[in-house]
Write a protein that binds this ligand. Sequence first.
Ligand code: T4K
Length: 374
Amino acid sequence: MSDKILVTRSSMPDMEEYIDEIKSLWDSHWLTNMGEKHIRFESMLKDYMEVENIELVVNGHMALEMTLQAYEFPEGSEVITTPFTFASTTHAIVRNGLVPVFCDIDEETYCIDATKIEALITDKTVAILPVHVYGNVCDIEAIDDIAKRNDLKVIYDAAHTFGETYKGVGIGKYGDASCFSFHATKVFNSIEGGAVCYNESWLGNKIFELKNFGIHDAETITAVGANAKMNEFAAAMGICNLRHVDEEISKRELVCNKYVESLKDVEGIRLNPLIVNNNGDVKPNYAYFPIIVDDEYGESRDELFERLTNNDIVARKYFYPLINDYECYRDRFSSDDTPVAKNISNRVLTLPMYADLTDEQIEKICRVISRRMK
Ligand code: T4K
């Protein structure tokens, strides 16, 4: 096995635990289409995530795409969003025939800058699609206030916030809907998977139909749906992983603390304020460990990235390039319109982060960053 330290590593239950969970599938032969595991997993998640309504789907991307579709916004409607995110957020907007309007981000949280949203609202704006980046929580109160005053929907991309609470409330309860990812690289995974948490029951019913081709009943197809159902093997993995997720998050917290201890005094390396100065509003999940490489560090982000790579440490430039600079979007948008996001995107590195990262591995990573010989 390679000695490379990867940016993350999927959490998995013991093989016996998973095999035990999937054995019944050989009796039932029921492998997908909202089977017993799907139903049980959904109900377990509702409790764990402290939400009232949840709809399981095949991945986080389809959660976003189908939630937007469910609203049936007129083609060409505008959705205010952030360029500092994974491709999925913007693609979900564009694939629905909607127009993304990029708002700059907040320097401290890397989430959408709520003070800049209102200036972007036009008579075509229908929704705001903010992202809780790295598990940092958006300015929920300000966004809610803007949405209410302007009659806009709020759909959170909550792919990074599994298990978090904000002011004691499950993060999935905020906004009109919140879309989660249970991808293999996330704090919690069902191999591939996702969910939409929502407040109004019509939205859940609609997504339930959309994820199954828009089938209402055997002879009534009400919408142009997709196939976005979670299968039973994925749901079984989710059920098993959910039993251990608290332990995983506690271990991640220890990894985070070790990083902070070793890196907090390195000149020119900025750490995530949520982790360093958490005021208690957010119960974090320690999803990512981003660092910002400022000029005082004396080396650029790319130079540090290369040095880490040469030492068999795989960091990631999540999120670089900015979405408004992607090849498929740059003829319509420009990162110059979102200067804070551009600056952060050019300076950010997310360090390896997973529950079983060892002390020696963390020490090695920090040694390279702080340029210590031993
Ligand atoms: N919104 C946001 C804000 C998101 O970040 C994402 C996904 C979505 C929406 C969409 O949700 P999903 O549809 O994916 O559920 C990864 C993930 O594929 C993606 O889920 C994630 N965001 C994004 C931030 O990162 P890559 O291309 O960086 O992954 P990859 O394959 O390079 O893997 C990274 C490392 O993870 C590997 O070096 C080793 C480890 N790994 C990877 C896989 C696939 C494992 O240990 N096991 C595995 O099975 O995109």
